[in-house]
Design a protein around this ligand. Structure first.
Ligand code: SF4
Length: 480
């Protein structure tokens, strides 16, 4: 076993910073509370949700179990439709392929519609490093680009920004900014700013929500229509997609689309659901002359082979419901996770994609209340997978020595009931000493808990003391 490494300071520092930011908390609450309410209303209007969830889970499991076959089928059909399919083993190779296509197209400007895979492989940075102007066309991604930040949520990348902050960004960067402070005027300002760039980009880069194996089509879903404007006017369209995005057919995609949209935004359907199938054909009025699809592995095959059940994470359809309902995410937001994917799904995915050592704090940023699994439209057992990561980091010696020693002490006492009883009785009495009006605001050794919240002071005697008193009084020890 390796010696326990010191915890990386960044996560704890970023969490402390996020917790101290009242504006951030207001911004997170505004979006996540609304998302929670809308999702509940959408499910109430869709009684078939439970059946669709079961079906969606089965579809994803079937595809994952037959991934090699469906990948080959997709490649065959996409190629037959005129697309060019590229395979990337990792992030570096994926970026190199995209840059190669951009260079061959003589691209000086590319437009990009929102893609978490693009963030995962570091494409924004790679484009800039190659001297290619990158124009983010999703409204929230446009805000993030102006702020020089990264997304803090997989559905609402700028969830952490308030309207006032966005207004200031637009006024500083837009050539003809809004004159009034209403949302409509701000959206109009972004539209004016982006319109000309949509039309002058040489390459448009999109992600993919689903890859349809039996037609070779790529499905994208947006509410702003920016994916359509990103992929249609430029001469070249590049779609980047994780290999787990496959579904056998259009009918299967629709099952997952119903789950995705209701879980993500609480709507019945998104404003734009587009199926891109091959480049422009003779007689087509528009569309790209070249259509490239980059299929990215980047750790997914490893997850597929994982004996600890991580392959279940490949079911994820990136709806964001788990983070909207996560008590930790709702306190600290997305940036504190320090990874592309935040929240419960990110805490499972990041160690798999970036390595355990780098992400070892994330599986511990969870209360294991199970809410994420409850709302996940493809039934991913997130708490179980998080416990799996905790178990691995324990076995691999990545847990800090102080925590190991504390748990060792607890175990020593738990194996000796007399000592355990003595310890809990002493602990209860000590905690009562620190209580004021029934609450503990500060307590030595529990500072990381009481620094941010109160703790109820224990009342009266321990359960065991009450139980024994009940027995002595002639009852069965249970107070009714
Ligand atoms: S883990 Fe489930 S709830 Fe979370 S983003 Fe993925 S599909 Fe949605």
């Amino acid at each position: 076993m390796r010696p326990a490494a010191a915890p990386p300071p960044r996560f704890k520092r970023d969490v402390a910073r996020a917790l101290a930011d009242a504006t951030l908390k207001t911004a997170i609450d505004r979006t996540t509370v609304t998302a929670e309410r809308k999702r509940a209303a959408a499910l109430a209007d869709y009684p078939q949700f439970a059946a669709a969830r079961e079906r969606g889970t089965r579809i994803k499991d079937h595809v994952i179990a037959n991934l090699d076959r469906y990948l080959e089928e997709f490649e065959r059909n996409a190629t037959a439709s005129g697309a060019r399919v590229h395979w990337a083993a990792d992030a570096e190779e994926a970026c190199a392929i995209v840059l190669g296509i951009c260079r061959a197209a003589g691209a000086r400007r590319v437009t990009r519609s929102k893609s978490m895979l693009g963030e995962e492989i570091g494409l924004p940075h790679a484009l800039e490093a190659a001297g290619i102007e990158r124009v983010e066309t999703d409204l929230a991604e446009h805000i993030i680009q102006l702020a020089g930040e990264t997304p803090s949520h997989i559905i609402w990348p700028a969830l952490h920004k308030t309207r006032e902050q966005i207004s200031a960004l637009f006024k500083a960067a837009h050539r003809d900014p809004h004159k009034t402070e209403d949302a409509e005027a701000m959206v109009e300002s972004a539209r004016r700013e982006l319109r000309e760039r949509f039309l002058t980009a040489e390459v448009g880069i999109s992600g993919a929500n689903f890859l349809i194996a039996d037609s070779g089509a790529v499905c994208t879903v947006t509410n702003e229509g920016n994916a359509e404007l990103t992929t249609t006017p430029p001469r070249v369209h590049i779609a980047t997609a994780g290999i787990e995005k496959l579904v056998p057919s259009l009918a299967h995609a629709f099952v997952l689309l119903r789950l995705l949209v209701r879980s993500a935004t609480g709507a019945d359907i998104t404003q734009y659901t587009t199926f891109h199938c091959g480049p422009r054909r003779p007689g087509d009025r528009d569309g790209p002359e070249e259509f490239h699809i980059v299929l990215v592995d980047n750790g997914r095959s490893r997850m597929l082979r994982d004996a600890g059940g991580l392959r279940q994470m490949l079911r994820c359809i990136r709806c964001g419901a788990c983070m909207n309902h996560c008590v930790v995410y709702r306190q600290i937001g997305g940036h504190a996770y320090g990874a592309t994917y935040p929240g419960p799904m990110g805490a499972v995915l990041t160690p798999a994609l970036e390595g355990e050592e780098k992400a070892r704090d994330l599986p511990h940023a969870c209360t294991l209340n199970g809410r994420c699994q409850e709302v996940c439209p493809v039934s991913i057992p997130l708490p179980t997978l998080l416990r799996g990561w905790r178990d691995r980091s324990w076995k691999e010696g990545l847990v800090p020595q102080g925590f190991r020693s504390g748990l060792g002490l607890w175990r020593f006492a738990a194996e000796r009931p007399w000592l355990y009883r003595l310890g809990t009785a002493a602990g209860v009495r000590a905690m009562r000493l620190f209580g004021r009006r029934g609450w503990i605001a500060r307590m030595p050794l529990a500072g990381s808990w009481t620094r941010y919240r109160d703790l109820p002071a224990p009342a009266g005697r321990t359960f065991m003391e009450q139980f024994r008193a009940g027995e002595r009084a002639g009852g069965d020890g249970v107070r009714r």
